[in-house]
Design a protein around this ligand. Sequence first.
Ligand code: ARG
Length: 469
Amino acid sequence: MPEPTDKLWGGRFSRPPARITEQINNSLAYDRRLWREDIDGSVAHAEMLTEVGILTSTEGRAIVDGLVSIRNGLADGSLVLDEAAEDIHTAIELLLRAKIGPAAGRLHIARSRNDQVTTDLRLYLKREATVLDERLRLFEEALIDAAEREITTAMPGLTHLQHAQPVLLSHHLLAYVWMFERDRGRLRDWFDRADELPLGSGALAGTTFPIDPELVAAKLGFARVAANSMDAVSDRDYVIELASAASLMMVHCSRLGEELVLWSSPDVGYVEMDDAVTTGSSIMPQKKNPDVAELARGKAGRVFGHLMALLTTMKGLPLTYNKDMQEDKEAIFDVLDTLDVVIPALELAVRTAVFDRKRMAESLKGDFSNATDLADALTAQGMSFRDAHERVGRLVRNTIERDLALEDLSPEEIATLIPEGDALAGLDLSPEGCIARRITASGTSRVSVQRQIDQARARLSIGLGSTVL
Ligand code: ARG
């Protein structure tokens, strides 16, 4: 058990805390992943304290050199964190004390762990968001590549899971690109708001020392300094917002996962998932299960759960810092860890998916998904759309009763039920015909979809920190 002097706050206490108190309070097990950011923040703080004359240049150099060698030591494994330390801030300060002696105590001038922890976390999340943005970009690229390959593949477009109108598979895949583009947009918005330095707020009220937080912000790459110290130490909006943006990403991953599960079911058979993204059964030798797609769907729940946990933790907290807020880390780390595997796994699933073009064409045969086009054609000749809808509906019923398909009917046969229909000779009711007519910009015609592909590709170069409308 550590001595009271191993705490950063031992003086006030005559006895160490109970073991169970240590246990409930300890955060090193998970906040250790902030070690780089903790050191970066401390180096910037120490340099600033030196530049404004609070630390002598000898003190400042000793602290900064000590921190740099701790960073190297932790990176190459020659140094380890003291597992008994309460949190990462304590663990690094203990290492510094061991390295440079009591001068280490001068580092914490004009700083509290309250502004330190949220500085570390902002730095960490900004870096992680950049990685996440890149993962999303690569995933979108895989979807766009697949869309390009499937630019002539027709498939049933569904509403209510019923055949509605034929679409290009390319169009369907691109729909996900736009979802993930919005996700990347949310990351950009988040980044701009999160890009704020809390250091300099002290415990809550600011500090009595003549510090220069702007200088620290510039050193650490923050766009601005927080305006209100009480808000700065107690704000976790940026954690919740990131979990919220991540939850929407998981909604999108989950929907795509669900489609891949459905499409790879032998009853549908639109896609063959690669061995690389499937697993077998321990009892049924024939099985090939779409686990990656299922887990992309299944893991959404834990991310939403973390969002709820974060909201609930924060909702009743009076200003300013409260220890409850330490619970933010495991939640947001797990959110990021989840996306870290889900997005590349789905990317691989999409990259390796083999779409069964014939099967899709088969399921369009005689499915009446061309009925809208017949009604549209009648309307184009002057009939009201409501009348056209009614007549085509009757024709569909009659055709189903005769076990035929709309595309099998000659204009004369159509004309027996719809007298105006004899003007429709030459109307192409094949899926390709229906698709080619949908030339509106967002529509499913090949020209429209090609334009969407070009637009989507152009957006891929937009990164975090870019301002986009
Ligand atoms: N480990 C804490 C957290 O993650 C930071 C330390 C703040 N401690 C304190 N006694 N105010 O929130």
